[in-house]
Design a protein around this ligand. Structure first.
Ligand code: BEZ
Ligand code: FE
Length: 645
């Protein structure tokens, strides 16, 4: 069972196109009348900043355009002096992560409310976390006052964001989502937000690379950035963020670019310890391998792929690894200095993380080869078989030896199969496939008797037997009197139903398994009378092992499973106008009816309503046959469905 604590940040979010016009009303909502307008002073944002100044009008009391990357405290102090000089009562910031960082740094020192207008995909606008740089060292802290009160997302402000910044900022958001999935603090809510963000980023980035003005893709990416930011605010991050902080703080590497280069390598490092996260990311991106898929995505959209190109010198790699592993922190995989140094070396060189090759074209070619099949059902089944088998092979990174083993296994199953020994049915039964097919075919209503698998020991056309006859031949055992009725769903008798019955002897063998036996024995065909009824004598069945001297038996013992079936009698009921019913009745109190998975019936055949009393009796028998000692009474009514029911 999963336990978790989920805290949702109380920020207000306005999302849409043209929402910049609403910033004044939002500032006033927070009681702002003396606003400080913060920006990074970038030329690209000059126009938008001007528009915002216009929207805020006379509320603007101070302006600071010097926000800088990694939020150096000197810059914060400079802005703080201005803020105090002008008695500012509300902060409004427009820009990327640096401007948001400055607003947060001021808010934590003054407790002033903030309205943030993000123009990139940083996501930090919805977190209560502040990263600052003091003397080249990046520190982070978290406090409620840091969380911006209101965020105004205006998709129009992002339309002009150049492709390189779109890519690195988008991958920065992707990093939040990926690390949220394997965070020890993850909750169902952060999981859902993260998967949605990964899917959207994987779709929007290539679209924006091809057409940076695609407004729908811009909106999708901005929304994903918000979701990923919510993840960042709700859960702790791991190795990737630690590495990026170290590289940014100690070596002055640019924030979003560093995230972009490092992410596939941090994922590759963590992949062995976080297979579920990698599987989810791979599925969301539609790629076979998550780290390689993220690397390919970055490459496809022209993002930086090596730390070398960001200006890090090779001689700094060891120190970076030392700094990043100096203090322990939660991460799915244990952090070793040599492991992290290897990761950084790969990132420095821009090596594609090793993943399975992209085999989708091969799968699609095989699928396309079925396109000419005129039988649509056959085409569907073969298509899905190819996809499923390819997926199985890829996901498990199957070796040639393992595949050969599987082929040898099936070959042996073929060799051991005869008219009376069917290894493929045993394989299907022990893998539970027969029960799945049975459940799909015979999903019945509560007022019809459950079906159960046929098994390999049915022989078509058994000898017809009189009511009350004994089908046990010379076999000895506890005598069993069976009094069986067949009715429809409402309980009305079904006369003329042909019922085949078969079972094993006390030693657990069917007649077909005993070559010296003069059979058929313990199998017969009855026809119901006017009351839908028939009776017969037999012996109490016992548990028995399915044939286990072949490859299926070896498979069971390799996984620590026993080969036993719970004691049962088989019935196949066929009545004109009714759906045939193949089923079994299990002896209540018998072995292998319950227990842990793998300890119960070896072929997953037991259903609760088929467990029946085989009542112990002594004394006179129903047909007056003399019996010494105990005998058993089986009374059962099968309810069958009409054709078309
Ligand atoms: C049977 O009940 O006869 C049976 C079913 C599956 C495998 C082996 C035997
Ligand atoms: Fe059986």
């Amino acid at each position: 069972m999963r336990s978790f604590v989920h805290t949702a940040g109380p920020s207000r979010v306005i999302f849409g196109a043209g929402t910049l016009d609403r910033v004044r009303e939002e500032a006033e909502r927070l009681g702002g009348s003396r606003v400080m307008l913060l920006s990074g002073g970038s030329r690209a944002l000059r126009k938008d900043t001007e528009r915002l100044r216009g929207v805020l009008g006379e509320l603007v009391t101070a302006e600071f355009a010097g926000a800088a990357m990694h939020t150096p405290v000197e810059v914060t102090e400079q802005a703080l002096r201005l803020l105090r000089d002008r008695s500012v009562d509300c902060l409004v910031a427009i820009g990327g992560g640096s401007t948001t960082g400055l607003a947060k740094a001021l808010a934590v020192r003054t407790d002033l409310p903030q309205v943030i207008v993000p123009t990139t995909y940083a996501g930090s606008e919805v977190t209560p976390v502040l990263g600052e740089t003091v003397d080249g060292r990046k520190t982070t802290r978290s406090a409620p006052a840091i969380l911006p009160e209101t965020v105004v997302y205006d998709v129009e402000l992002t339309l002009g964001l150049p492709v390189p910044a779109t890519v690195t900022s988008g991958i920065n958001a992707l990093a939040h989502a990926v690390e949220a999935l394997y965070s020890p603090d993850a909750t169902p809510v952060t999981d859902a937000m993260a998967v949605e963000a990964v899917t959207a980023i994987g779709r929007a980035l290539p679209a924006l690379h091809d057409d940076p003005t695609d407004a729908e893709a811009r909106a999708e990416l901005l929304q994903a950035a918000w979701l990923a930011g919510m993840c960042l605010g709700a859960v702790g991050m791991g190795l990737h963020h630690k590495l990026c902080h170290t590289l940014g703080g100690a070596f002055g590497l640019p924030h979003a670019e560093t995230h972009t280069v490092v992410l596939p390598h941090a994922m590759a490092y963590n992949a062995p310890a976080a297979p579920e996260t990698m599987e989810r990311v791979a599925r969301a991106l539609g790629v076979p391998d998550a780290p390689a898929g993220v690397f390919d995505l970055i490459h496809r959209v022209g993002g930086p792929t090596s730390l070398r190109e960001l200006g890090l010198s090779e001689s700094d790699l060891d120190r970076a690894a030392e700094l990043a592993t100096a203090q322990p922190y939660p991460n799915p995989r244990e952090l070793t200095r040599t492991g992290v140094a290897g990761l950084l070396r790969n990132a420095w060189q821009g090596r594609r993380p090793e993943g399975p090759p992209d085999l989708r074209p091969l799968t699609e070619e095989v699928v396309a080869s079925f396109a000419g099949c005129e039988n649509p059902r056959l085409r569907q089944l073969l298509t899905d078989l190819a996809r499923t088998l390819h997926g199985y092979t890829i996901r498990n990174d199957l070796t040639p030896q393992e595949w050969q083993f599987a082929i040898d296994f099936l070959t042996e199953a073929g060799h051991i199969t005869t008219d009376t020994r069917q290894e493929f049915i045993l394989l299907s039964d022990t893998l539970g496939v027969s029960s799945v097919v049975d459940a799909l075919t015979n999903s019945r209503t509560p007022d019809t008797t459950s079906s159960a698998i046929l098994g390999p020991f049915y022989v078509a056309g058994p000898p017809s037997a009189e009511h009350g006859s004994d089908i046990a031949g010379d076999f000895t055992g506890t005598p069993l009197w069976a009094d069986i009725r067949v009715t429809d769903r409402e309980g009305a008798p079904v006369p003329g139903a042909v019922v085949d019955v078969w079972q094993s002897n006390e030693e657990g063998f069917y007649d077909v398994q005993l070559p010296d036996l003069d059979g058929p024995v313990l199998r017969a065909r009855f026809t119901t009378d006017e009351d839908g009824r028939f009776t017969f004598w037999s012996i109490l069945p016992s548990e028995y092992p399915i044939p286990d001297d072949g490859p299926v038996g070896r498979m069971l013992s390799a996984v620590g499973r026993h080969p036993y079936r719970a004691p049962h009698v088989h019935f196949l009921i066929d009545a004109p106008g009714y759906q045939p019913l193949i089923t079994q009745l299990f002896v209540r109190g018998g072995a292998y009816l319950d227990g842990a998975p793998g300890q119960r019936d070896a072929v997953f055949g037991v259903k609760d309503d088929l467990i029946t009393d085989f009542v112990p009796r002594t004394g006179p028998t129903p047909d007056g046959r003399p019996v010494e000692g105990e005998w058993r009474l089986l009374e059962f009514t099968f309810h069958i469905a009409r054709l078309g029911d």
